[in-house]
Design a binder for this molecule. Structure first.
Ligand code: IFM
Length: 770
């Protein structure tokens, strides 16, 4: 039986399980987000199948957006496939509806399975034992399964079961809009006992087909419920098992019959193979994902679980292989930020995928490559050259930032990020380049990467403005990563990344010309890139303005130092600064307060450009001014804090990020998992505590584990080489596995270059080789 089979794998290993041990109505939406299941193609919130009041069912199909009725395109909340409702003697079985004596749900992070066990008591005190298990297959990304067992413990009972798709779903209302439904039902039919439903997006005729079967087993009797509905009588102590299997396919094909055949044939094949086989493949696929993604910590079980929770959600939202898709700011776990894709995916999520699950990283970059033309259009619209990527992106690659949104104090505010947050274009170039230097994937570069680097450089060359007085190039009217300050000039992050983008494109043009002359000529011809333009990149870059104080503090933007200093008063439970009492958000732009890392983000990304002294003075200056009102902030602070020996602060920042969604630190987890923070937790562990840095072609390792961690182990892929680290307080053990004869670059441990024979573990202590 599928449930027992799944339970065998689960064995309630505490450190791989996130649990809900009682029914807490106030945590309903929070748990729905936390218990989201996903396989990259779909995500489905961890709703209760009987849909208690205030449930927020959310099932999202990566890449399916619609804009009808809203300011901008939204990730569509499609019908909820996990609904299942039982009625016994007229009383509905359900949490909050019927009394219960015990209840728990367990999310198995290892295999992406949600277990549930609730013991109910009806109004006559008769008991019912209810267990369910569900998963979205990681092996077959169109498939989902839910299995429920109901036992009438005390007395015989008439039961009525209903398992049709739940159509009563909507996209959340936002500040200026009400709730929206982004699809209409185009077809409902019954095909050989399977329920078939086809919906269609309102805007673009995108069709999604659902084929569902409800398989019933009572004693030795087995059948398929007609119309997903049946009634039966349970004897005292008897169990009825219901297995709901559904397949979902999306298409833009105009021939709806094809979709029907695809869904129904697929479902038939799955049923023939059997749910157990499906479960086995699902488990195997998760095991494979974890084999490279696992991070093991000894000594701190809570941190260990938090890390697994974060990694689980990273794997659950990783683009399906070959999808050419990316990841929204709230993964596939909620409709916060309308499912839009920000720099979060390029800067915060790419490193995890690049070093553990490279295919997903490629898909994320292809998502951007496929939208190079809309980015060219945006540049043109603003009067620039090259490609200017939108701040918020959805399906089409056009700008999707809403004009209005809710501010930190709940008021409606006008949004300017789409007009001013230009650093996204350099962030994407940075992501392309980082992927290349970490993987050496020449094919990707020849097919897509070089073109992206050149088109983004072109944009910056047209975006900078020459100041005759200072003889420097300025970039005015921007918003940097710190979104508290709008319409500023010469934001250090934007300017430095623009400069980097130009210099790097110049370097890459030389590299391509030398190593791939034919392809270089053909690309230049295709995008009409002239040698004089490439020369111009090199001339502009060194003259882009950046202000640095005598003590080395980089001015976040022109005039920042003149703003009012507000002292943050005290720290919260995670060690994050608190705002002074009665602080008014409305005047925040006139203060030096930061929403999130800005200069420190720059220093992290271009780490080898800055020396330790510069890192230190800037950390000391900006950290006390940062409010961490963005989920992108706390986790990334771990890295400079750890590097500079601020051990306690580093650990606090790590915990604030690692528990961000587990403990609802920002009070908005109900809107969805904070994707960027997931990536931050991974980076904080690897680049903060394990102390890995890439310096040109070299890898340097200088661990600084938190006191509570006695050991940290993980895998790290670098240019077709798998590195397996086991790190303790004063010791690094490294095993290099590769088919290459030589290492991709030199490796320095504790400040000394070391030799690494392939396939052999070598250990080093701070004092030398062991
Ligand atoms: O991309 C971020 C931005 O940096 C801060 N506001 C939220 C966005 C989405 O996470």
């Amino acid at each position: 039986m599928i449930r027992q089979y799944m339970e065998r794998f689960h064995r309630i290993r505490k450190d791989w399980t996130v649990s809900e041990k009682s029914w807490e109505p106030s945590a309903l939406e929070l748990r729905e987000t936390q218990f989201t299941l996903g396989n990259g193609a779909f995500g489905s919130r961890g709703i209760y199948e009987e849909l208690p009041q205030d449930s927020l069912p959310g099932t999202f199909m990566a890449g399916f957006y619609d804009r009808v009725g809203s300011q901008v395109a939204e990730l569509v909340n499609i019908p909820n496939p996990f609904r299942l409702s039982f009625t016994l003697r007229g009383e509905q079985l359900g949490i909050g509806k019927m009394d219960h004596s015990s209840h728990r749900r367990d999310l198995d992070l290892k295999h992406g399975i949600l277990f549930r066990h609730t013991q109910y008591r009806d109004t006559k005190k008769r008991r019912y034992d209810y267990r369910s298990v569900r998963f979205l297959s990681m092996a077959d990304r169109h498939l989902g399964v839910m299995h429920a067992d109901l036992t009438a413990t005390d007395a015989a009972a008439e039961i009525d079961v209903e398992g049709a798709l739940d159509m009563s779903v909507w996209n959340s209302g936002t500040v200026t809009e009400g709730r929206k439904k982004h699809w209409r039902i185009r077809e409902v039919s019954n095909e050989g006992g399977f329920e078939y439903v086809r919906i269609e997006g309102l805007e673009n005729n995108y069709s999604v087909g659902f084929a569902t079967a409800l398989l019933i087993r009572q004693g030795t009797r087995k059948w398929v419920a007609k119309d997903s509905h049946f009634k039966l009588r349970l004897r005292k102590g008897q169990t009825v098992s219901v297995t709901k299997i559904f397949v979902i396919h999306g298409t833009q094909d105009r021939d709806p019959d094809k979709l029907l055949v695809r869904c129904v044939d697929h479902l038939r094949d799955v049923i023939k193979a059997g749910a157990q086989q499906v479960a086995r493949q699902h488990i195997r696929t998760w095991d494979k994902l974890w084999s490279t993604a696992t991070i093991t910590i000894k000594g701190a079980p809570h941190d260990q679980k938090a890390l697994r929770f974060n990694t689980y959600h990273l794997l659950a939202c990783a683009p399906a292989p070959g999808s050419r898709g990316s990841i929204g700011a709230k993964t596939l776990s909620g409709d916060g930020y309308r499912g839009h894709i920000f720099w979060d995916s390029d800067i915060f999520l790419m490193p995890f995928f690049t070093h553990t699950y490279q295919n997903a990283a490629v898909d994320m970059l292809l998502y951007r490559y496929d939208r190079l033309n809309p980015a060219r259009e945006i540049a043109k619209k603003f009067g620039y050259r090259g490609a200017m990527y939108p701040w918020e992106s959805a399906g089409a690659g056009t700008e999707e930032t809403p004009a209005w949104a809710k501010g930190l104090d709940g008021s409606v505010i006008e949004i300017f990020t789409h007009e001013q947050e230009h650093h996204i274009t350099a962030d994407i170039a940075y992501a392309v380049n980082r992927y290349y230097t970490m993987t050496g994937d020449d094919n990707f570069m020849l097919d897509c990467g070089f073109e992206m680097l050149f088109e983004t450089a072109r944009f910056w060359a047209s975006r900078v403005e020459y100041n005759r007085r200072t003889k420097f190039y300025s970039i005015s009217n921007v918003i940097g990563p710190d979104e508290f300050h709008e319409k500023v000039s010469d934001n250090a992050y934007t300017n430095m990344l623009a400069k980097w983008n130009l210099l790097n494109a110049h370097r890459m043009a030389a590299h391509m010309k030398k190593d791939y002359p034919r392809e270089f000529t053909s690309l230049c011809r295709r995008i009409n890139l002239r040698p004089s333009e490439i020369d111009e990149w090199k001339q502009i870059a060194p003259r882009i303005a950046m202000k640095v104080r005598d003590d080395g503090v980089i001015e976040q933007f022109d005039g920042y130092f003149k703003l009012r200093r507000v002292r943050l008063a005290g720290r919260d439970a995670y060690g994050l600064p608190k705002l002074p009492k009665n602080f008014q958000w409305s005047g925040v732009q006139k203060t030096q307060l930061l929403k999130q890392a800005d200069v420190l983000m720059l220093i992290f990304l271009l780490s080898d450009v800055f020396n330790t002294k510069t890192k230190k003075v800037n950390y000391q200056f900006y950290e006390p001014r940062t409010t961490h009102k963005s989920s992108l902030s706390a986790g990334m602070h771990t890295i400079p804090a750890a590097e500079l020996g601020e051990k306690e602060a580093a650990y606090n920042f790590f915990r604030a990020a690692a528990f961000l969604d587990l403990e609802n630190v920002m009070n908005n987890t109900h809107e969805g998992i904070h994707a960027a923070s997931l990536g931050n937790v991974w980076m904080a562990t690897i680049y903060g505590f394990a102390g890995l840095t890439h310096v040109r072609d070299e890898l340097h390792i200088k661990p600084r584990l938190p006191k509570a961690w006695s050991q940290l182990s993980f895998s790290y892929r670098w240019k077709e080489t798998d590195l397996k680290f086991v790190i303790e307080a004063d010791k690094v053990k490294l095993t290099v596995r590769s088919n290459r004869k030589t290492l991709p670059g030199r490796i320095k441990v504790y400040g000394k270059y070391q030799e690494f024979p392939v396939n052999k573990a070598v250990a080093f202590s701070k004092s030398g080789k062991q």
